[in-house]
Ligand binder design. Structure first.
Ligand code: ADP
Ligand code: MG
Length: 409
């Protein structure tokens, strides 16, 4: 056989880990233990109050949580739900949690299917929830049966709830007991949204569709970010973090708004950069470089995740900016450029009004700066937009979309 098994390790890889002791602690999806969570005592208490009835098999209070990214909304919801599950078990009550990312499951059917698959234990229920092939109604029927068979209380966490296509699923989940869809169990909903400053129509409808408590998570200040990072410093080997590394990371992450996700990402990237450069200590330079990398990664993620229509609009502004760097452009002009691109892409063009809306959507705030002069009707005419990133960088990211790459721009 063609393996040279002479006891030597393959030199393609590295086998030492001089910087990290446990890098997993800095994974964003890692669920830290309660002793690593700082600065959210009050909020945890409020979530606990809403879920408390579940411990005794009673219906929890539905809850909506609002706050900017990285303020601990997902973390606190998951952490408190887990603690409720544990406490309920002592009482002989079976509480189960389903965590749904509505950014990925945007339709009613896929949300119901995903909850079903998360909660289902086929050995116990004898029910199968196939990945595809069932109508929405059948997925509901199976879900209700699963909930009745497998649990006394179900906590459904709907994260990024503003991404849902419509609010039907919320209405049905919240009325399942009332309408006798489930009879031996009960459902509590936690809805989470990042869109605190931009309550859109869906948000409003969703909020008014059933009774609930509301909770706002404010951004962290630099001190809280230091505490959060300090509590995960054992991700690194002893003595590897310079004294400046954590405070500088916290300060940089606090600049826009105190975002713990960004803080953790920067610190992790700083460690990776130090590893790559074979340095023994994580220094200020590593942290600055890591901030750049974190922001570039995020920017790429943001654009790559956008729908092709939004990318076409961004491409229109990018092409205009290439000809007149740092200039700003009225919606009309961007719209004309966009129409050409849309036709090259064989896409039905959106209305000018919709394009104006997309240019001003929250998601593009870090990429585009929009200024409106005058107000009232037809304000689109008076709005000008400026690309904040270098056109080269934006084009590079946009070209990762195969349809746009085919344009050869
Ligand atoms: N109070 C906190 N203590 C410790 N870690 C935190 C805290 N808040 C957030 N984090 C961490 O920061 C990251 C982002 O938090 P997350 O809950 O995903 O924010 P959000 O859902 O509000 O965007 C996660 O890795 C989380 O573990
Ligand atoms: Mg979240």
């Amino acid at each position: 056989m063609a393996t040279d098994d002479d006891g030597e390790r393959d030199p393609l890889f590295r086998y030492d880990e001089p910087i990290f002791a446990d890098e997993d602690l800095l994974r964003i999806s890692h669920l830290p233990g309660p002793n690593r969570i700082v600065g959210r005592d009050e909020h945890m208490q409020k979530v606990a109050e809403a879920l408390n009835p579940a411990i005794f098999g009673q219906e929890p209070t539905h809850l909506f949580i609002f706050g900017k990214t990285g303020t601990g909304k997902s973390l606190i919801s998951r952490s408190v739900s887990k603690r409720v599950e544990n406490e309920a078990e002592h009482e002989g009550v079976n509480v189960r949690t389903a965590f749904i990312d509505c950014g990925e499951q945007t339709t009613e059917a896929s949300v119901i299917k995903t909850i079903g698959r998360e909660l289902n234990d086929p050995n116990e229920t004898g029910i199968k929830v196939p990945q595809r092939g069932l109508g929405t109604g059948d997925y509901y029927d199976r879900l209700w049966q699963i909930i009745d068979t497998c649990s006394d209380v179900v906590i459904v966490i709907l994260d990024e709830i503003d991404m849902l296509e419509d609010d039907e699923v919320l209405r049905k989940l919240s009325r399942a007991g009332e309408n006798r869809r489930v009879t031996d169990s009960t459902i509590g909903i936690i809805g989470i949204s990042n869109k605190i400053d931009f309550p859109d129509e869906l948000n409003e409808r969703v909020k008014s569709s059933f009774a609930h408590d509301e909770l706002v998570f404010p951004p962290y200040d630099a001190h809280q970010l230091v505490d959060i990072l300090q509590n995960r410093a054992d991700a690194f080997r002893d003595g590897v973090l310079s004294d400046d590394a954590v405070p500088l990371t916290a300060a940089l992450a606090a600049q826009e708004h105190g975002d713990a996700r960004k803080a953790i990402d920067i610190l992790r990237n700083a460690g990776r950069i130090a590893t790559k450069q074979e340095d023994e200590v994580v220094t200020e330079e590593h942290v600055y470089a890591a901030k750049e990398k974190t922001e570039a990664d995020r920017f790429a993620e943001l654009i790559e995740g956008a729908p092709t229509q939004a990318k076409a609009i961004l491409l229109a502004l990018t092409l205009l900016t290439e000809n007149k760097p740092r200039d700003q452009f009225p919606t009309q002009q961007i719209y004309r450029q966009y129409q050409t691109i849309a036709s090259d892409l064989d896409m039905d063009p959106l209305s000018e009004r919709r394009v104006q809306e997309i240019l001003q959507e929250q998601d593009f705030l870090n990429v585009i700066n929009s200024e409106t002069k005058g107000r009232g009707r037809g304000r689109g005419v008076h709005t000008k937009h400026r690309l904040l990133e270098e056109p080269e960088i934006v084009k590079k990211v946009l070209n990762r979309d195969s349809r746009i790459a085919d344009l050869g721009i």
